[in-house]
Design a binder for this molecule. Structure first.
Ligand code: CO
Ligand code: CO
Ligand code: CO
Length: 351
């Protein structure tokens, strides 16, 4: 048993940091493969492509979009934890080009040791984020658990003809990333007590930011494919897109928006456990050019929480999207690479 004083900060209640708590991709894949295949013709997007959310047709021009996400505290402020968890859960609906409508809270909270006020603040953060997104909270479920956790199940609507999956990227497309990466390393540094307050504040604001406008603008720019960047890191989710789309991706590391402090912390030895798991799971399918520094390779595997959207669209569309995002204050969004025809083993080339 650890002394109560050790757990005075909320992140000390988490056995690992944020979306880094996600199970590793290969292990999960093995378990899911043994489930019976889906046969319902109305299930338009299911487990098979590792997409962000499920899509189920309920009328010729209307489909439900379903997703769920929850994890242990990644920041010490319970209100921030709540709004980050909500922005993260909504993100999978936005990534499908859909509009979130309703949400349900998922809560795990210890019987003793944490004040109920902490739970209240977590839920207030979530509910404020839902209000900002125009999403109705319709209920939830809570269990007692020594490790607190929070997240939401979200339901959205989309026209089946307008669903954006991770399977539509085409050779010749450009790749846009809408938020900086590195929040996994920064929140791990926070948990270890070695992050400076300014770096944490920047990471918190980035994670708490809704992907709503990015998603609305991408659908106006004739997007071919999209996914949001979360626990598997930029490279893991890019690999899902490359695999599902049958293409290869080329990423220019110097163009990838990131928190420079994450590179510094990585050089000091800070690494979320999920980073190594991601590297183990995905490394064999990524080719790194000689010009890519080691710390950068790690950063590209860094598990994100509530990361940005990775969007594949025409070159002209990508330029327009980045301009429109910048005009709305999302100045970090950038074109980070392009989509190629698949010719060799490496699904992703980083140069
Ligand atoms: Co996602
Ligand atoms: Co997902
Ligand atoms: Co998710």
């Amino acid at each position: 048993m650890s002394a109560p004083s050790v757990k005075s900060r909320l992140t000390q209640w988490a056995s690992c940091a944020g979306c880094a708590a996600k199970m590793d991709a290969n292990t999960l894949g093995e378990v899911l493969r043994r489930l019976p295949p889906a046969v319902d013709p109305n299930l338009l997007v299911g487990l098979k492509t590792g997409d962000d959310a499920g899509v189920y047709r309920i009328a010729p021009n209307l489909a439900l979009v379903n997703t769920v996400d929850f994890f242990p505290p990644i920041v010490d402020d319970p209100y921030d934890f709540g709004r980050i968890a909500a922005a993260n859960a909504l993100s999978d609906v936005y990534a499908m080009g859909a509009r979130p409508l309703t949400a349900m809270n998922l809560v795990a909270f210890p019987k003793e040791g944490l004040a109920l006020e902490v739970l209240h603040e977590i839920l207030r953060g979530g509910s404020d984020k839902l209000a900002e997104a125009g999403v109705a909270l319709v209920g939830g479920h809570s269990v007692t658990d020594p490790e607190p956790k929070y997240g939401l199940a979200v339901t959205g609507l989309v026209d089946p003809a307008r669903v954006v999956t991770n399977a539509g990227a085409r050779a010749g497309d450009s790749l846009v990333l809408t938020k900086p990466i590195g929040v996994g390393i920064i929140t791990t540094a926070l948990k270890q007590g070695v992050a400076d307050a300014r770096a944490v504040a920047q990471a918190v604001e980035s994670m708490a930011q809704l992907n709503r406008r990015a998603a609305e603008l991408m659908t106006e720019c004739e997007t071919h494919a999209c996914t949001d960047i979360t626990g598997y890191g930029l490279l893991g989710h890019a690999l899902e897109m490359a695999t599902a789309s049958g293409v290869a991706l080329r990423i220019a590391h110097r163009r990838v928006p990131h928190f420079p402090v994450a590179l510094q912390l990585r050089a000091l030895g800070v690494a979320p456990s999920g980073l190594a798991a991601n590297r183990r799971a995905f490394n064999g399918k990524v080719w790194f050019g000689d010009a890519v520094p080691g710390a950068w390779c790690d950063l590209l595997f860094d598990p994100q929480t509530s990361g940005g959207l990775l969007v594949a669209l025409s070159e002209a569309g990508a330029t327009r999207l980045v301009e429109r995002l910048a005009a709305e204050g999302l100045a970090e969004a950038a074109i980070i690479g392009r989509v190629d025809a698949r010719e060799r083993d490496a699904l992703i080339t980083v140069e």
